[in-house]
Design a protein around this ligand. Sequence first.
Ligand code: NAD
Ligand code: LMR
Length: 328
Amino acid sequence: MAKKPIRVAVTGAAGNIGYALLFRIASGQMLGADQPVILQLLEIPVEGPQKALKGVAMELEDCAFPLLQDMVLTGDADVAFKDANWCLLVGSKPRGPGMERADLLKDNGKIFIAQGQSIDKVAADDARVAVVGNPCNTNVMIAASQAKRLPADRFTAMVRLDENRGRAQLAQKAGVSINEVSDLFIYGNHSPTMFADYTHAKIGGKAAADVINDRAWLENDYLPTVGKRGAAIIEARGLSSAASAANALIDHVHDLVTPGAIHSVAVKSEGRYGFDPNVWAGMPVKTTAPGAYEVITSYEMDDFAKSKIKITNDELVSERDTVKDMLS
Ligand code: NAD
Ligand code: LMR
């Protein structure tokens, strides 16, 4: 018997990430090759973006995806999130050259007040929320604070792009296939302060730090390269990453519905790894059932790792202070 369709709400659906994302959701790459979906697409309610959204929907129709059961196009959040099982919050302003993601807080933060309230009002009881719009760790906190009907662990933000970047850089340095690199997890903020924990990463099953055997490179080149990769893409492309971000969101949700997957997700810290209990910080999780996960707390951090975690935690706390008026 055919499965019941899953309703996936996507905000900013006519934007750059949206254009790289929707076709992959509709083709089954996110929720499974036998899982029908209904796309509920939100754009700002003005003519240009709504017209562009219509164009994207026409292209989706033209793909004749067997799994795409229906589409809703709207400028109204209450329509987009109605009965949604997954809410993918992408829509928001990207940064330009020379900006930090935290510079977007005041502009983007308010989007997540209204959308959090709408999710609280109309989304499905089993709704899960993944935030991509930057600064994503703090935006997810704002949305969660407005949607108390849903438990806080349903709200996640994306650090998977950083994990993917971190794995690729280690593979390149070691001259091995990406498949050889494992156990690389991202701690803290999706910002240059993030800690890509190479101290527990493995290459070909051995400690990555032993295989690379160049502590100075790991500390002084690797960490900044991963942390500032978003800015490097903006510098090179003139636009922020879109295809790799969409790919990471597919990975993020795919792994959250795949029991046994171990991956980096920004979750409410609840004090784990020394983070402030009420910030959303990247850390490793293991998916236990579709949509459910437990945080892996068994990694022992050395003094260097602890010092890095403190820096990224301090930044998350200061972002929270900046938006305290937006938290309900
Ligand atoms: P974009 O400007 O191409 O598209 C954003 C879209 O969102 C636009 O079409 C805009 O009209 C729409 N939008 C704005 N406000 C909205 C609202 N309130 N409701 C619905 N739609 C709204 O930007 P993009 O390149 O797609 O990036 C989107 C966001 O994702 C940015 O904030 C960017 O910084 C962030 N991002 C995060 C990561 C990550 O790893 N977490 C990676 C890449 C980009
Ligand atoms: C990224 O990491 O590529 C995105 O967060 C976009 C940005 O502003 O860096």
